[in-house]
Design a protein around this ligand. Structure first.
Ligand SMILES: Nc1ncnc2c1ncn2[C@@H]1O[C@H](COS(=O)(=O)NC(=O)[C@@H](N)CS)[C@@H](O)[C@H]1O
Ligand SMILES: [Zn+2]
Length: 478
């Protein structure tokens, strides 16, 4: 990639939209110049963030799921089978109509999500209760003809990193337990990215097409809008009845299975970049940083001793599994600092002649800017300890910021005032008309009912005044 010759200045983070767009280019995460709207190109640096992030989701899923891959193309007759599902996707699905110059006898959908590709196969695979639970996932590209404003990593027409899990269970309750397990898994996944998320049950009008209910996890972005960064759906036996997925129970009866599906996409990376970055650029949590430490030799003249010490430290860190690089280019130190800070490298290691005299090195944390001299003899432990400290402090800081931007509200005026800054927590009677009326009046929708809701409060719906025991999150969303 052409090195950024001049140091492209980033807008301040409070101009979040410009900051975000510029940073994706300057930090070489995504190139948005690809000539198809809603399709973007991963730079290698961005792709290495994706590799680390998706390595974590695989590690968590592989404990009791199996990874596989289904075809991209879905025949129209299968896609059109589940009525509610079609209604949900008919405006978004891309169709392939020709093979070369030959019109296809059956139109083929590009998968917007893979229920209708997978479930005809599940029908062939699921025969007995002994085959259950079946828990498979795939990480593929999916296609949605989004008509809302497309944005890299946030709203794509080609979702390049769509992790979708599809599970099959003997009973409704087993599937419900799996939905809870999926949300626990996503909460752990985001904890590893140091991104705090809010799980909530979507209102009925916002659930996945064809699902009984949807639980989502949302992250709060710096501009006060929430980003849906994962969803888990209880599909009941709706798709099983449509696709005839039955199993023989222990008594020899044929029973329709109950199913779930749950997905995350590259929005996970959008949240990671947006929540942790600052005016200087990215701040990568060590768990997913492509480069966890950069060694900067402080050279006045070609000092062999300094370079030898830098290589020695690099080898020791690599042997300990640290992703480390030495920047021994002939740029001046200041522009090296700028580059690696902008790329979010969690730890900078400076070694110069004065450090060598003390057999020490200077460690500089990217997140706090704190600098500390440490003995070369214990540098591996010093570095690894700091990664844990940085990881923890990034999460704590993000949790604090989130907590400060959830506002307890009683009236619509409270909500209207606070949804410009973050999330309103407000009573709701549960009636759809009140939910939609609230959206009308305050320009922000009901996100969902927090899953950790204690259902025995006594509040008043701010729209109709009816008593209610629940409060919901209301927010502007991406
Ligand atoms: N256009 C898009 N661009 C980027 N990410 C998206 C887009 N649409 C959805 N997502 C992400 O993908 C997740 C799963 O999508 S979904 O429609 O909610 N659910 C499904 O498709 C189900 N089949 C579970 S995989 C969403 O929670 C959201 O984080
Ligand atoms: Zn009401």
């Amino acid at each position: 990639m052409a090195e950024q010759e001049k140091e492209a200045m980033l807008p301040p983070k409070e101009s979040f939209s410009e900051w975000y767009n510029d940073l994706l280019q300057v930090a070489e995460i995504m190139d948005v110049r690809y000539p198809v709207k809603g399709s973007y190109v991963w730079y290698p640096f961005g792709f290495s963030i994706r590799r680390n992030v998706y390595g974590i989701i695989r590690e968590l899923l592989d404990k009791d799921h199996q990874e596989t891959m289904f075809p991209l193309l879905i025949p129209e007759n299968e896609f059109m089978k589940e009525a509610e599902h079609i209604k949900g996707f008919e405006d978004e699905v891309y169709w392939v109509l020709n093979g070369g110059t030959t019109p296809l006898d059956v139109k083929l959908a590009l998968r917007p999500t893979s229920e209708t590709a997978i479930y005809p196969m599940y029908r062939l695979w699921v025969r007995s209760h002994a085959d259950l639970p079946l828990k498979l996932y795939q990480i593929v590209n999916t296609f949605r003809y989004e008509t809302k404003h497309t944005r890299p990593l946030i709203r794509l027409r080609e979702i390049t990193s769509f992790k979708e899990a599809h599970t099959v269970h003997a009973t409704w309750d087993d599937a419900a337990a799996q939905v809870d397990e999926a949300i626990r898994l996503y909460s752990e996944f985001y904890r590893r990215l140091a991104v705090p998320v809010l799980p909530s049950k979507r209102p009925n009008w916002d659930k996945f097409p064809g699902a009984d209910y949807t639980i989502a996890v949302d992250a709060l972005m710096p501009d006060g809008k929430t980003l849906q960064v994962g969803t888990a759906h209880h599909l009941g036996d709706n798709f099983a009845k449509t696709f005839d997925i039955k199993y023989e129970d222990p008594e020899g009866e044929q029973v329709y299975a109950h199913q779930t599906c749950y997905g995350v996409s590259e929005r996970s990376i959008a949240a990671l970049i947006s929540i942790h970055g600052d005016d200087k650029g990215l701040i990568m949590p060590p768990e997913v940083a492509p480069v966890q430490a950069v060694i900067i030799p402080i050279l006045f003249k070609k000092s062999e001793a300094v370079l030898a010490a830098c290589n020695d430290v690099k080898e020791k860190l690599e042997a300990a599994g640290v992703r480390v690089t030495i920047d021994d280019s002939d740029k001046r130190p200041g522009s090296k600092y700028y580059k690696w800070e902008m790329k979010g490298v969690p730890l900078r290691i400076e070694i110069g002649p004065r450090d060598l005299e003390k057999e020490a090195a200077m460690l500089a944390r990217r997140d706090t800017g704190e600098k500390e001299q440490v003995p070369l003899a214990s540098i591996v432990n010093e570095v690894i300890e700091r990664f844990a400290v940085i990881q923890f402090s990034l999460l704590e800081k993000a949790k604090e910021e989130l907590g400060e931007r959830i506002f307890e509200c009683e009236t619509l005026d409270d909500v209207r005032e606070n949804v410009s800054k973050g999330i309103a927590h407000v009573p709701w009677c549960g009636e759809e008309k009140c939910g939609l009326e609230m959206d009308e009046q305050v320009g922000a929708g009901i996100l969902g009912i927090p899953t950790d809701q204690d259902e025995n409060g006594n509040y008043k719906c701010p729209v109709c005044g009816k008593d209610t025991s629940i409060r919901v999150y209301v927010a502007r969303t991406y």
